[in-house]
Design a protein around this ligand. Structure first.
Ligand code: ADP
Length: 450
């Protein structure tokens, strides 16, 4: 096992990794920008190294600075968290070239899944059901128009390098195709340096269901059921739960096995998420994320496992602590993302926290790097905390969420907490009757969010 690991991230996810390391008796190194000198992850780690100025480009994304921090501190392995360098195959390669270990999948798997066209081809070949669409990339507008007519509108044009909801455009009709095609290409180019796009049938009322997978890199892989992340704004998740309210044990076992087998087949190592759209009882693969997800705690809650501990173990060459048959679901868990954002437009709202009080009690977990007097810097993501609740069933989890939200105090900045108070008044949230468009409609009707 490693003696010391470096966490190449900030905020709540850096704390999450430091906590797992500490429980395993592993020392932790935090890295930080000059804007984060007073951040909680710096205070909580055993050691810290300042790696650059506020801009992520020059700090959290600076590979030479992070490698140098490893060398200075003697850290043997790097946990990337999510975002930043977590899905950067070049980074993994450099880590390995320096004799260090990346706590995550191989560069080859990151590359394979980072390109959505290659990912889809791979999954199709492994027997994973995919959204009907183009066979690979679509190089010209004429081809896009021909495919649109063939498949029937609406269709969605997606940048192969896209992510975080960027580089995706829906074409409602043939007349709409030129705009959608050109914008998707332009967004792919400007955000990801790659303008290759592909086309999929646009599913009109699906749910977003993702399967958590975990592999040991030696041909053994398991699934840890699904998460339903259908409540989204601009393709970004805001409320996640496990198990999915619409998924039966038989469906879970079937799609879970397909995913676990696919991962075993490619010798996948570590945590991964295979994302699907789910409509009329069918699953359609959209992409695979080769990292720990923001919403991983809901899976941890219902299976009683520590996914970060398992990631560190398999990276060190040890086996996972569970097999498929050990993994049984206990109760229901919900996570809400608390962002420093001002409603109704969700504009970022950095600033000083004048008072912070985290909720507690049975079945409540608050993953946050906030503290009284902390100043949220304006340079990074607006996620400031995740409130995760666990109950014996869905109604109990919802009641607990309501109770815990009532205890939470974050003063000094605007947050998305009022959104969750309002959502908990909605009948559809209690029945679980929503698809990926529900929240956008609700925001439009109730907040005038455009
Ligand atoms: P990203 O990598 O940017 O997160 P994804 O491919 O994971 O992109 O898609 C994100 C979201 O976009 C999905 O959860 C869903 O809401 C919507 N989406 C993607 N593909 C389709 C599709 N074929 N039909 C309908 N909605 C889609």
């Amino acid at each position: 096992m490693f003696n010391k690991i470096l966490v190449a991230n900030r905020g709540e996810i850096a704390l999450r990794v430091i906590r797992a390391a500490r429980e395993m008796g592993i020392a932790s190194v935090a890295v930080h920008s000059t804007a984060d000198s007073d951040a909680m992850h710096v205070r909580m780690a055993d050691e810290s190294v300042c790696i650059g100025p506020p801009s992520s480009q020059d700090s959290y994304l600076s590979v030479p600075a992070i490698i140098a921090a490893c060398e200075i501190t003697g850290a043997e392995a790097i946990h990337p968290g999510y975002g930043f360098l977590s899905e950067n195959a070049g980074f993994v390669q450099i880590i390995e070239d320096h004799g260090l270990t990346f706590i995550g999948p191989t560069a080859e798997h990151i590359r394979m899944m980072g390109d959505k066209i290659t990912a889809k081809d791979t999954m199709k070949a492994l027997g994973v059901p995919c959204v009907p669409g183009s066979d690979g990339g679509v190089a010209t507008l004429e081809e896009a128009q021909r495919l649109g007519a063939e498949m029937g509108y609406p269709v969605i044009i997606k940048a192969t390098a896209g992510g975080g909801g960027k580089g995706m455009k829906v074409a409602e009709s043939a007349a709409d195709m030129e705009r959608a095609y050109r914008t998707a290409r332009a967004e792919g180019k400007s955000n990801f340096g790659n303008d290759e796009v592909y086309i999929e049938k646009y599913l009109t009322t699906p749910r977003h269901i993702e399967i958590q997978v975990f592999g040991d890199g030696k041909g053994r892989a398991v699934h840890l059921g699904e998460r339903d992340c259908s409540l989204q704004r601009r393709h970004q998740k805001v409320f996640e739960e496990a198990p999915g309210p619409s998924i039966t044990p038989e469906e879970r076992a079937r799609i879970g096995k397909i995913c676990a087998d696919a991962c075993a087949n490619i010798n996948y190592i570590g945590a991964g998420t295979i994302e699907f759209l789910y409509e009329n009882g069918e699953f359609y693969f959209i992409e695979m994320n080769t990292r720990l997800q923001v919403e991983h705690p809901v899976t941890e809650a219902i299976f009683g496992v520590d996914l970060v501990r398992e990631q560190i173990r398999v990276a060190a060459g040890l086996p996972m602590t569970f097999e498929q048959d050990d993994l049984t679901i206990n109760g229901h868990s919900i996570e809400v993302r608390i962002n420093a954002e001002k409603l109704p437009n969700f504009s970022p709202c950095p600033g000083k926290i004048t008072q912070y009080h985290a909720p507690g009690g049975l079945g409540v977990r608050m993953d946050s790097a906030l503290y009284d007097g902390y100043s949220i810097p304006p340079y990074y993501d607006s996620l400031i905390g995740k409130l995760i609740v666990h109950g014996r069933d869905r109604p109990e989890a919802l009641a607990r969420l309501n109770r815990a939200l009532g205890e939470l105090i974050v003063d000094g900045v605007d947050t998305t907490v009022p959104l969750f108070h309002a959502l908990l008044q909605e009948k559809d949230i209690h029945t679980g009757g929503y698809n990926i468009h529900w929240l956008e409609h609700w925001l439009e009707t109730n907040l005038g969010d455009a």
